[in-house]
Design a protein around this ligand. Structure first.
Ligand code: ARG
Length: 574
């Protein structure tokens, strides 16, 4: 067969395209390539060409076209048979040739990756919780999705900057300072952290309802922060540190990191410049004392740039951040992973950048929205005040998995570590399994089900592969494999799944959609479990054993790498 394994199956398809192109002058090679399908069921062939498109130009019924094509085509040597099935022309490849080309492709350790992103940078702005507020389930989603996109783009060779745009600036800090000075104590904040800061914040609003003068005080303190008042800044700084410490505990549980913790406050000395640039572009107008960019021509509410007291807002700092990132990282794309409720905000901000004369804003700035988390009526433990912290969900997942292990496999070594990776992995997988725009429902019995379409199911399949490899004698991963042992329907099915890996990663990147990878990992696990059910692996015959085990080994690698793309660590035993 072909000497260059990575292009081998590709070349089989190319040859089929050539054969068809020869007989169908009315379609280009590209059009034919697009039409060719891989049938879901191998009974229908390895490649299928539907003839519907040709019906109009040839003025014939599609099944008739298929039959005529079949008669006209000479069967090439790598093809077993070409059959007509309704409107389809189905190509059955010679099984051993097909198995060999797929195996060669799957064996390549670079399977799944590419170099297409080399020399390009992607910025991902995600997670970005708000200081002095809880890291809630919505933030858990952006963190998980953003981290997975980081892994996916890195796999394709891109350089990725992981940016945490913390909500650490704004009028709310004026309120917190007032509340802290009036009703708080250093001890309580130290011992209770964010919970206490949230209590003070709620208290402020209750009190301000009775005494509106408190609002003026809060505005005064935020203005002091903007002016650089040391007392104000040191209290604020302390709140930031306390919050970050808690956030980082959650990141540690998730096993996720950032390159930059550049929150909104990072841009506070950069907003003047951006206001000047907007003014120079002739875009800034006044409205009721505030400064805005009018976006009526684009069917949007105006983008507020400066409030009537001259202070900057969320959008101003986002505008400053865009130019900072463009100038410092020279990104090709900057992705923003936040809930759908910020859709208008990003459309406005991106439009302002574009109107300032930056063509790259058009497809360089991308909002990546996601759906809500519905708790499915189930009780998730929450702290006082009934807010749910992501950290508590993760800890609960870990302890539930620990219980399962204690029941099922009490003698397992490093139970705590396994419980952590499987528990956290289950939460991550549940989050990424459906399209991100869909709401995620959170049900323990579903997400921890070892037989469902879940993280634990993939983990379990991975551990099964590891266990087979541990037990098998004298397996040589580098040996030539006798593919005649891999031509049964289950082996070919598994090989087909494995070979899709690179295409799957690319599709996930193009659509900003980690669910493509999550679903793929389930498909691989299912194909493997079928293969394992119908084929004995650890057989007497060395050549047969080696070929079968090789497939286990490749499956194991592909499962580990696809789980890694989701941000999940696999365990060797569970
Ligand atoms: N802190 C915001 C929130 O919790 C998200 C920030 C998103 N990033 C941005 N550049 N605006 O809703």
């Amino acid at each position: 067969m072909d000497s260059h394994p990575r292009v081998a199956t590709f070349q089989m398809k190319e040859q089929i395209i050539s054969i068809l192109a020869d007989k169908i002058p009315s379609l280009t090679r590209e059009e034919i390539a697009e039409l060719i399908e891989i049938p879901p069921n191998p009974d229908m062939g390895d490649y299928a060409f539907p003839c519907f498109r040709l019906a109009k130009s040839l003025r014939k019924a599609p099944p008739m076209i298929a039959a005529e094509l079949q008669a006209a085509i000479e069967t090439p040597d790598f093809v077993q048979e070409i059959r007509v099935a309704g409107a389809y022309l189905n190509f059955y490849l010679k099984k051993d040739a097909f198995a060999k080309t797929m195996l060669d492709q799957a064996r390549d350790p670079k399977l799944g990756s590419s170099e297409e992103g080399n020399g390009h940078t992607i910025c991902i702005d995600y997670s970005s919780p708000n200081v002095a507020k809880n890291f809630h389930v919505g933030h858990l989603r952006t963190t998980i999705i953003g981290n997975s996109l980081y892994k996916i783009y890195s796999k394709l060779g891109y350089h990725v900057e992981r940016i945490n745009h913390l909500g650490d600036w704004g009028t709310q800090f004026g309120k917190l300072i007032v509340a802290y000075k009036k009703w708080g104590s250093e001890e309580d904040v130290r011992s209770k952290g964010i919970e206490e800061l949230m209590r003070l914040y709620v208290l402020f609003h209750q009190e301000a309802d009775k005494d509106p003068a408190l609002e003026d005080e809060a505005r005064f303190w935020f203005a002091e922060m903007e002016r650089g008042n040391e007392e104000a800044l040191s209290i604020w700084q302390w709140f930031v540190e306390i919050s970050l410490e808690e956030f980082k505990r959650t990141y540690k549980l998730l096993g996720m990191e950032f390159d930059h913790y550049t929150g909104e406050s990072f841009y506070r000395d950069k907003t003047d410049d951006v206001v000047k640039r907007i003014t120079d572009a002739g875009l800034l107008t006044e409205s009721e004392g505030a400064k805005i960019v009018d976006l009526e021509a684009y069917d949007m509410a105006p983008c507020l740039i400066l409030k009537n007291d001259g202070s900057s807002i969320y959008a101003t700092r986002d505008l400053a951040a865009i130019f900072y990132r463009k100038e410092n990282y020279n990104f090709e794309k900057c992705l923003y992973v936040t809930g759908q409720e910020q859709k208008l905000h990003f459309r406005q901000v991106f439009k302002v950048v574009e109107l300032m004369g930056n063509e790259w804003a058009k497809d360089g700035l991308v909002h990546i929205p996601y759906g809500l988390v519905s708790l499915g009526g189930e009780k998730l433990s929450s702290r006082d005040g009934n807010v749910i912290f992501a950290e508590d969900i993760l800890l609960e997942a870990i302890s539930k998995v620990k219980e399962i292990i204690e029941q099922k496999n009490p003698s397992l070594e490093n139970k705590d570590e396994v419980a952590k990776y499987v528990g956290v992995g289950a939460v991550i997988f549940n989050d990424l399994y459906n399209q991100r725009i869909k709401d995620v429902s959170f049900r323990w019995e579903h997400l921890l089900n070892f037989d469902g379409e879940t993280g634990p199911y993939v983990q379990y399949t991975y551990a099964r592969c590891s266990s087979i490899l541990r037990k098998v004698a004298d397996y040589d991963p580098a040996a030539d494999a006798d593919v005649s042992f891999l031509t049964d329907e289950a082996s070919l099915g598994l090989l087909k799944e494995l070979c899709r890996f690179t295409a799957v990663v690319k599709e996930a990147a193009n659509r900003f959609e980690p669910s493509v990878v999550a679903r793929y990992s389930i498909a691989v696990a299912q194909a493997f479990n079928h293969y394992y059910t119908v084929n004995r692996i650890n057989v007497e015959d060395a050549a047969e054993r080696n070929a079968r085990v090789l497939l286990v080994d490749i499956t194991r690698r592909v499962l580990r790498e696809s789980m890694d793309l989701l941000g999940i660590t696999c365990v060797e035993q569970m």
